[in-house]
Design a protein around this ligand. Structure first.
Ligand code: AMP
Length: 225
C-alpha cells in the first residue's frame, strides 16, 4: 500500500506514520525529517533548504519533488512493502509531481489520508513538542514524556524545542498550511482518493480510526514495492 498523510502541522502525521511503520511494515518517509538531517549534516541540500525550514516557509516544489524522486526511486524494486509519506505533498503541484513520479515507477498511490483536529489541539501539541536533535524522535511535555526528563529514550541526547515550534512560527506555519490545503485536498477528492480521519485523542485511537478508514476504502492489502 502507498499512501500519503495530509493535514496541518501538529495534527500528528509524524507520530501516526511512525506507528504505521512499526505495526504494518510500511516505510515512513518524512520530508521535514529528511531536510532536518541534511541541515545537521551541512550537506549541499541542507544549505539550500535551511532558510526555508528554520523560518517555516515551504521549500520550492521542484526541489522537494526532486528529493523525493531520489528517495522513492532508490527504494523501488527492493522488495519492501509500500510506504506512508508524512509532510509530502504539501501543495497541489507536489501532488501532481508525486503522481507523475509513481506512474513512471509503475507504483501508483492508493490515496491520501487527511488528518484533522481543532486549532486549539494543534497549538497545544506543537507548543509542548520536544524533539531529539540526534535521532529525530518526538516527545510531548504532557502526552508523550520521555522516560528520563529532558532526555531522548533512544540515544539519551538532550531534547530541544524545534525552532519552528516557537509561538510566532506556529501561527505562521498554520497560515501557510491553510493557504495550500484547499487545492491539495481538492486534487485527491476529485478522483475519490481522499479519506478524512479525526486526529484528536490518543495516538492509539487515531491509529485505529485510520486503519478502519483504510479498510473502508479497500486500501489495506500490503503490496510489494
Ligand atoms: P515538518 O517536519 O513536516 O513540519 O516540516 C518542517 C519544514 O520542512 C516545513 O516547515 C518546511 O519548511 C519544510 N518542508 C517539509 N516538507 C515540505 C514539503 N513537502 N514542501 C515544502 N517544504 C517542506
Amino acid at each position: 500500500m502507498r499512501i500519503v498523510l495530509l493535514g496541518p502541522p501538529g495534527v500528528g502525521k509524524g507520530s501516526l506514520a511512525s506507528l504505521c511503520e512499526a505495526r504494518t511494515g510500511l516505510a515512513h518517509l518524512s520530508t521535514g525529517e529528511i531536510f532536518r538531517q541534511e541541515i545537521a549534516r551541512h550537506s549541499a541540500l541542507g544549505r539550500r533548504v535551511r532558510a526555508f525550514v528554520t523560518s517555516g516557509r515551504l521549500v520550492p516544489d521542484a526541489l522537494v519533488v526532486r528529493v523525493m524522486a531520489g528517495r522513492l526511486g532508490a527504494r523501488a524494486g527492493t522488495g519492501v512493502k509500500g510506504f506512508v509519506l508524512d509532510g509530502f505533498p504539501r501543495t497541489e503541484g507536489q501532488a501532481r509531481g508525486l503522481d507523475r513520479l509513481l506512474k513512471r515507477l509503475g507504483r501508483p498511490l492508493e490515496g491520501a489520508v487527511e488528518l484533522w483536529a481543532p486549532r486549539t489541539v494543534l497549538i497545544r501539541r506543537l507548543s509542548g513538542r520536544r524533539v531529539c536533535p540526534r535521532c529525530g524522535a518526538n516527545y510531548h511535555l504532557v502526552t508523550m514524556r520521555p522516560r528520563r526528563k529532558g532526555r531522548c529514550d533512544r540515544c539519551r541526547e538532550r531534547l530541544v524545542v524545534r525552532k519552528d515550534d516557537r509561538p510566532e512560527m506556529i501561527r505562521k506555519r498554520l497560515a501557510i498550511h491553510e493557504q495550500a490545503a484547499a487545492p491539495l485536498l481538492a486534487y485527491y477528492r476529485r478522483d475519490g482518493r481522499l479519506c478524512r480521519v479525526d486526529g484528536s485523542g490518543s495516538l492509539e485511537a487515531v491509529f485505529a480510526r485510520t486503519m478502519r478508514a483504510l479498510r473502508r476504502k479497500g486500501w489495506t492489502a500490503p503490496q510489494n514495492d
